[in-house]
Design a binder for this molecule. Sequence first.
Ligand SMILES: Cc1ncc(COP(=O)(O)O)c(/C=C/C(=O)C(=O)O)c1O
Length: 336
Amino acid sequence: PKGSGIWRYATMLPMKAGVTMGEGRTPLVESRLKRNLWVKFEGANPTGSFKDRGMALGVTVAREAGANKVIVASTGNTAASAAAYAARAGLKAYVVLPRGNVARGKLVQAALHGAEILAVEGYFDKALSLVVEYGTRYAYPLNSFNPWRLEGQKTLAYEVYEELGCPDNIVVPVGNAGNIYAIWKGFRELGELGLCNKLPRMIGVQAAGAAPLARAWREGSQSPLFVESPSTIASAIRIGKPVNWVKAFIAVRESGGMFVEVDDADILRAQLALARVDGVGAEPAGAASVAGALALDLPGISVAVVTGHALKDPDVVEVRTTPVASQEELVSVLSR
Ligand SMILES: Cc1ncc(COP(=O)(O)O)c(/C=C/C(=O)C(=O)O)c1O
């Protein structure tokens, strides 16, 4: 298909061309951690997360709508992506961040790309309520309640289909819960086009300390059990009140999937295993999908979406070094 980035799929998008940095076409690699497990490495996007897919379309629509300012609340990756894509589109970005809850790499990206960084006390949910209640009057909102974001993010499904056909399970880390619905929408469209006759089960993975949907699912509740003070090492999904929870329930119910939770130890173990066995460097939230895939006994072919790059959150990685003061010491280390 012609066009670069998400615009390769223009026929399936609400607009035919727009702002791009060649987002998408990310690696789909077979994992050696488990049979029938593939990893879709979204860290390979221009700003290092899947958010670029939705931001390319969101920023294009904002500019077409005549906006010159955009605003997002974010745990970091949406902010980084909005900052970069707004810069590319010549728009001003305002990012509202929960002070002390944003991984360093993402903060640096937002600053580098020239966003105005507004720090609020509290969690992501507080930042989002500020944007929804006040921000939208002054700037075009680009959080994932904005449908154009999800239209861009659904292109991941098309890429998986092009390389692997229609897998049996798609495992996705869930925070504000837009991405799991976006990917489901993409596969549902492939079904409507007759390209997939069996659609994948959508498996949403949450961090145990920030699992409003997984807890509701486990307890058979029809609505999420919101978490007042979400807590997890995976700061990207440290979200207690997912704005897209209705859509996420639809995706999981319609697909015959489920929500599960994994604890931080599982997430960090998956991050290391993924990096050292498959060579894929994920930030903790990005590794949560692999932790879920490893913990579950999913029948058939599974694709775990690794949603963000390891460099986003360097502070969670333990670095051990071996001092070498002489060539003898070097030789002794090398010959161990
Ligand atoms: C690496 C990573 N993995 C998974 C998610 C969860 O996706 P959604 O369930 O669609 O929210 C996020 C979300 C980040 C933000 O919500 C934000 O940046 O404000 C993320 O950065």
